[in-house]
Design a protein around this ligand. Structure first.
Ligand code: ATP
Length: 334
C-alpha cells in the first residue's frame, strides 16, 4: 500500500538535501508517494505567505510531513514558522535521536539514545512574562499539566517499546522545583507503572548533564520537560559530533513533521555540497513512526556502512563528495 506524505523542499540547501533524501527513500522501496507543498521563503515568493493554507491542508490530510529547513525572514513581524507549525498541529513531542557514527570527530563511539522533549508547555510558554517599569525585576511563569506530562511520558514509553529500546529516564528538578517539576515526575512514575517491560529511571537534570558527558552509553530514551529537553538534546547532538547528522521530529496526535535539526546553510546553498545525512535520519525516524521499523533500520545501517567506508562523504564529514554522491553511496548499500 502506498502512503502519501507531504514534502516541503524548503529554503537554502533544503531542495538539494530533500532531492537526495527522496532518491534514497525511493531506492529503499518504502512505498511512499509525495505531495509537494511550499513553506518558508519559497512560499512567500510564490503565494505571498510563509505557510499557505494549502500546505496546512496537505499536512492535515496526510498526517506526516518530511520538511527541509525553512527561512523565516528577519524583521517584517514574521514569527518562527517552525513554532507556528508546532502550535497549529499541537506537536507536543520533540523527538531527537543522537546516534554515534563511525569516522566523525565525535567524543564517543557508542551512543544510541533519544531525547523526548515536551514541546507545548513549561518554561518556554513564558506565561505572564514581564519586566518591571524600572527594569529591575523580571517575571515569567511555568505551567505544567497532568495531561501534558502524561502524553509525553506515554509517548516516550511507546517509542521505547515499538523500537525495541529497554529504558526510559525521566529527567527533572523536583527536589527544588517541587510544584511543576514535581507534578511531571509524579505523573512519569504513574505512567511508568503501566510499562513493566521497560526499565524506568529518574534523574535530576544537573546530574543528567554530568552523566551524559561522562557515561552517555547508559542512556536509552530520555523524557523531560520543554526547557531541560531543549538543552539536553543539543548537548546530545554535540556528543555525537554536532548537527551534521542530527535529525528531529515534532509529533502530535493528528500530525507529525520530520526534519533535520540544522538550518538552511545559506553559505553553501546551491553548490551541491550539503550533507543530506540529518534529513535522511529524519526520514528514518519517519519510517519508524509509520511502522516501517525494518526499513528504518536498513536505512540507518546503510548510512553507518557508508560512513565506515568513508565513501563519498560530504565536506563537513571530511570527504570530498557532493550531496548526490553521498546519497548514491548510501543507496548502493541498502
Ligand atoms: P539558518 O539561518 O537557517 O539557521 P545558519 O547558517 O545560521 O542557517 P545552519 O544552517 O545550522 O545555520 O548552519 C550552521 C553552519 O553549519 C553553516 O556553516 C553551514 O554551512 C553548516 N551546515 C549546516 N547544515 C549543513 C549540512 N547539511 N551540510 C553541510 N554543512 C552544513
Amino acid at each position: 500500500m502506498t502512503q502519501t506524505i507531504t514534502v516541503i523542499r524548503g529554503d537554502g540547501i533544503g531542495p538539494e538535501i530533500m532531492d537526495a533524501t527522496l532518491f534514497v527513500l525511493d531506492k529503499l522501496g518504502a512505498g511512499l508517494s509525495y505531495e509537494f507543498a511550499d513553506a518558508g521563503l519559497a512560499a512567500l515568493e510564490k503565494h505571498g505567505e510563509l505557510i499557505p493554507a494549502s500546505t496546512l491542508e496537505s499536512i492535515k490530510k496526510n498526517k506526516v510531513a518530511l520538511k527541509s529547513p525553512l527561512t523565516t525572514p528577519v524583521g517584517g513581524g514574521f514569527s518562527s514558522i517552525n513554532v507556528a507549525l508546532r502550535r497549529q498541529f499541537d506537536l507536543y513531542a520533540n523527538v531527537r535521536p543522537a546516534i554515534s557514527f563511525p569516522n566523525t570527530r565525535a567524543r564517543y563511539e557508542n551512543i544510541d539514545l533519544i531525547t523526548v522533549r515536551e514541546n507545548t508547555e513549561g518554561a518556554y510558554l513564558s506565561e505572564g512574562q514581564e519586566v518591571s517599569a524600572d527594569g529591575e525585576t523580571a517575571f515569567s511563569g511555568t505551567r505544567i499539566t497532568r495531561k501534558g506530562s502524561e502524553r509525553i511520558v506515554r509517548y516516550a514509553f511507546e517509542l521505547a517499546r515499538s523500537t525495541g529500546r529497554k529504558k526510559v529516564t525521566a529527567v527533572h528538578k523536583a527536589n527544588i522545583i517541587k510544584s511543576t517539576s514535581g507534578l511531571f515526575l509524579n505523573v512519569a512514575r504513574e505512567v511508568a507503572a503501566n510499562y513493566p517491560d521497560i526499565e524506568f529511571q529518574e534523574m535530576i537534570v544537573d546530574n543528567t548533564c554530568m552523566q551524559l558527558v561522562m557515561r552517555p552509553e547508559q542512556f536509552d530514551v530520555i523524557v523531560t520537560t520543554n526547557l531541560f529537553g531543549d538543552i539536553i538534546s543539543d548537548l546530545c547532538a554535540g556528543l555525537v559530533g554536532g548537527l551534521g547528522l542530527a535529525p528531529g521530529a515534532n509529533i502530535g496526535e493528528e500530525a507529525a513533521i520530520f526534519e533535520a535539526v540544522h538550518g538552511t546553510a545559506p553559505d553553501i546553498a546551491g553548490k551541491g555540497i550539503a550533507n543530506p545525512g540529518a534529513l535522511l535520519l529524519g526520514a528514518a525516524q519517519m519510517l519508524d513512526h509509520l511502522g516501517q521499523v525494518e526499513n528504518a533500520a536498513r536505512l540507518r545501517k546503510a548510512i553507518v556502512a557508508t560512513m565506515e567506508a568513508k565513501d563519498a562523504l560530504t565536506g563537513d564529514l571530511g570527504g570530498t563528495g557532493g550531496t548526490m554522491d553521498f546519497a548514491r553511496a548510501i543507496a548502493s548499500r541498502l
